[in-house]
Design a protein. Sequence first.
Length: 223
Amino acid sequence: MSARDEVLATIRRSLGVNGKEAPRRAAVDERMARAPRGVIPARGQLARADMIALFRDEAEKVHATVAEVASHADATGEIARYLRDNNLPATLRMGADARLAALDFSATSISPSRGASEGDDLNALSHAFCAVAETGTLLLTAGADNPTTLNFLPDNHIVLLDADDLVGDYESAIALVRARYGKGEMPRVVNFVTGPSRSGDIEQKLLLGAHGPRRLHVVVVGR
């Protein structure tokens, strides 16, 4: 018997149960099936345009930059502009996400490459699973389509976000994950990213890029 089993057995003995009682199991199944929601903050319950504006305001408060484009076809020009204006090389590391694979960089000087980062990439491009307007937070799930290494190793992280995937609150974001992956299932890793990496541990001075990207640029696609 494992230590966990011993602890649970002790609890059952103290309660005078064996864990197989039908009413108790039914109560647990009911609780798991319904997954009650908590109190939802009102500040994120907005019309689409206002939700985008709130997301932008909150993201910029934590040193991210945000741009809006009408379509994925327009995103390549915005990415090229961002790299050029920040005097960054025209290189871009990205995963196998179908939306990223469909981007046409032929009209730009950008040389894209595919796959996870080994730590020597200066610029990375990801596609957000969704985002939370009330805090300006991106939710990125891990996988070959958007490798987690791209979230943390390159100095400059560019993230595409479909406007339709922007929600007002964290509860709605988690509901989207459950709907996509199935009840009781989660992707291997879920990263909540709010702004570029930063730390104030040393003399309480803000340092960007302490343990992740120095820059985070979000391109919101659609309105």
